[in-house]
Write a protein that binds this ligand. Structure first.
Ligand code: SF4
Length: 391
């Protein structure tokens, strides 16, 4: 196993990715490797929060606002069928994954710490961390006990933990299978004591359900239990969560109005509900409680791993700006190694939060085409926009 290597440049990441794929191909053997290559983890693109990793599929907590059933996943959760090594191989051959940089988000279509899923989650953290050094993040509504916290810190020492909550007062109705948020934050404290970073994930904020008092109480609890910051997220309406919320007495018509919907969305469609005024309350209250307001879940992951990110308008997040000259240097190194061009010219400029780099590679049209395939490597690594041109 290559182990955790220092990845300073796109070239380091590229070489590590090749090495890991090669080594894992030998470990798995050709038949297993061919089977894993067909898994969605080997192909799908990262979402804004990072590459979603599924240690399981489905969830039994039965939260009324959940959209996982609309995605076709069962209410009886099952662990994902890949082993840790198979998952690492799938990610190593996924063209969108950059070792050391691509954020890995666990828990989008399951609760990662349900009985029967926790072992798989830990196995995946170990594999993803040890083979590819991907910065991992997990969101949970369950209580992380002390033993689990220690195991998590061993598996991924910089793991970012998000403790999920929607409301303090109506949690029993909305999240019938989950422990109360007042208990979940104790799990966050256990993670903090084990040396991990934990943040509060106020998601989904539901207008008409989540109150200002809820927000104040949850933020106060977060502060008391050593959580560092707060991420706020919106509700997404689906065909079936509209039904479930309505049956619990929630004013669904108002939610549909906020989402711009006249009728429930069609099968599998998710429509976000704006919660701008609630988010403003969260922002204000976060400052008052001495917590950090984070624009998105990915920001918590970036901070937890001591990285920086300039990818979107909400940033930059994390450490200060990379040095333009260093970025240029590492991009030239990468191109030279990959293409061995006779001559190339790099033109760079800084626009807002991004560094734009135009690379002219003289007389290498075919090679340039293949380089374009790898341009995500350059852009994802430094959060720079790289424009490739032939001379
Ligand atoms: S700049 Fe911040 S909010 Fe935007 S993608 Fe990066 S980490 Fe996320």
């Amino acid at each position: 196993m290559p182990g955790r290597k220092e990845i300073k440049s796109p070239l380091d990441a590229w070489l590590l990715k090749e090495e890991v794929a090669e080594e894992l191909r030998k470990v798995l053997g050709p038949r297993r490797a061919r089977r894993v290559a067909k898994d969605p983890h080997a192909r799908r693109k990262p979402r804004p929060c990072g590459m979603t990793v599924h240690p399981g599929q489905g969830c039994s907590l039965g939260c009324l606002y959940c959209y996982v059933p609309d995605m076709g996943f069962p209410t009886k959760p099952r662990p994902y069928h890949l082993s840790g090594e198979e998952l690492a191989y799938a990610l190593a051959i996924n063209p969108h994954v950059v070792p050391g940089r691509t954020l890995a988000a666990f828990g989008s279509v399951t609760e990662p710490f349900l009985p029967g899923i926790t072992e798989k989650t830990l196995e995946y953290f170990r594999a993803v961390n040890e083979w590819l050094s991907l910065p991992c993040q997990v969101s949970t509504k369950l209580i992380i006990d002390k033993e689990l916290a220690i195991e998590l810190a061993r598996a991924e020492p910089k793991l970012s933990i998000l403790i999920s909550a929607t409301t303090a007062s109506k949690a029993k109705t909305l999240e019938p299978g989950a422990p109360l948020p007042q208990e979940r934050v104790v799990g966050g404290e256990n993670a903090v004591r084990a040396g991990l970073r934990a943040d509060l994930f106020l998601r989904p904020l539901i207008p008409g359900v989540t109150t200002e008092d809820d927000i104040r109480e949850l933020l106060h609890l977060a502060k008391q239990h050593g959580l560092k910051g707060v991420v706020a997220g919106s509700l997404r309406l689906t065909q079936t969560n509209i039904r479930r919320l309505r049956s619990a007495g929630v004013n669904v018509n108002e939610l549909m109005r906020l989402a711009g919907l006249r009728r429930p969305p069609k099968h599998e469609t998710q429509v976000p509900v704006t919660a701008a005024s609630l988010k403003e309350v969260v922002k204000e209250e976060t400052g008052r409680q001495g917590l950090q307001y984070l624009p998105a879940a990915c920001a918590a992951n970036i901070l937890s791993h001591g990285l920086n990110c300039y990818l979107c308008k909400w940033g930059p997040c994390g450490r200060p700006s990379p040095n333009v000259k260093e970025v240029e240097g590492s991009i030239i190194e990468f191109i030279k190694e990959l293409l061995r061009p006779k001559d190339l010219e790099v033109i760079s400029s800084q626009e807002g939060l991004r560094i734009l780099i135009r690379v002219k590679v003289w007389g290498l049209n075919r090679a340039l085409k293949s380089l374009r395939t790898y341009s995500y490597f350059l852009s994802d690594f430094h959060k720079v926009k790289v424009i490739l041109e032939s001379g």
